[in-house]
Ligand binder design. Structure first.
Ligand code: AMP
Length: 109
C-alpha cells in the first residue's frame, strides 16, 4: 500500500518509533494537536474501522495495551487524555490509526 503510514512502517520514510512490537508502531504526530500527541498504528494495512473483522480482536487488544503503556510513560494516568480512532478515505491517511492526545488540546484531530 502507498499510504504514508505504510511507508513509515516499511522504513521508506525515516521515523523514530516511541514503541514498536511485531504488530504495531507508535510515533509522535508531526503536527501535534495536544501537548502529547502520539499515533499508534497497526503494521497490517487495515483501511478504517469499517474494515475491522473479528480476526482483528487480538490486534485491537494490543493497541489498547500499547495505549496504556504510553499513558503511563507520559504521566497521563490522571485522566487528561483521549483516544481518537481515524482511518479511511474521509480522513487524511487511509490506514487505521489511534491518536493518543494528552494534556491541553490545541485543535480537533
Ligand atoms: P487523520 O487521518 O485525519 O487522523 O490525520 C492523519 C494524522 O497523521 C495527522 O494528525 C497528521 O499530522 C499525522 N501525520 C501525517 N503524516 C505524518 C508523518 N509523516 N509523521 C507523523 N505524523 C504524521
Amino acid at each position: 500500500m502507498d499510504d504514508i503510514f505504510c511507508k513509515i512502517i516499511r522504513k521508506e520514510i525515516p521515523k523514530e518509533f516511541i514503541y514498536e512490537s511485531e504488530n504495531l508502531v507508535a510515533f509522535e504526530d508531526i503536527n501535534p494537536s495536544a501537548d502529547v500527541h502520539i499515533l499508534i498504528v497497526p503494521k497490517q494495512h487495515i483501511e478504517s474501522i469499517r474494515d475491522v473483522k473479528s480476526e482483528h480482536g487480538q490486534l485491537l487488544t494490543e493497541v489498547y495495551q500499547a495505549v496504556n503503556k504510553l499513558v503511563t510513560d507520559n504521566n497521563l494516568e490522571n485522566g487528561l487524555y483521549r483516544v481518537v480512532v481515524n482511518g479511511g478515505k474521509a480522513q487524511h491517511v487511509p490506514h487505521l490509526h489511534f491518536h493518543l492526545l494528552g494534556g491541553q488540546w490545541k485543535k480537533m484531530v
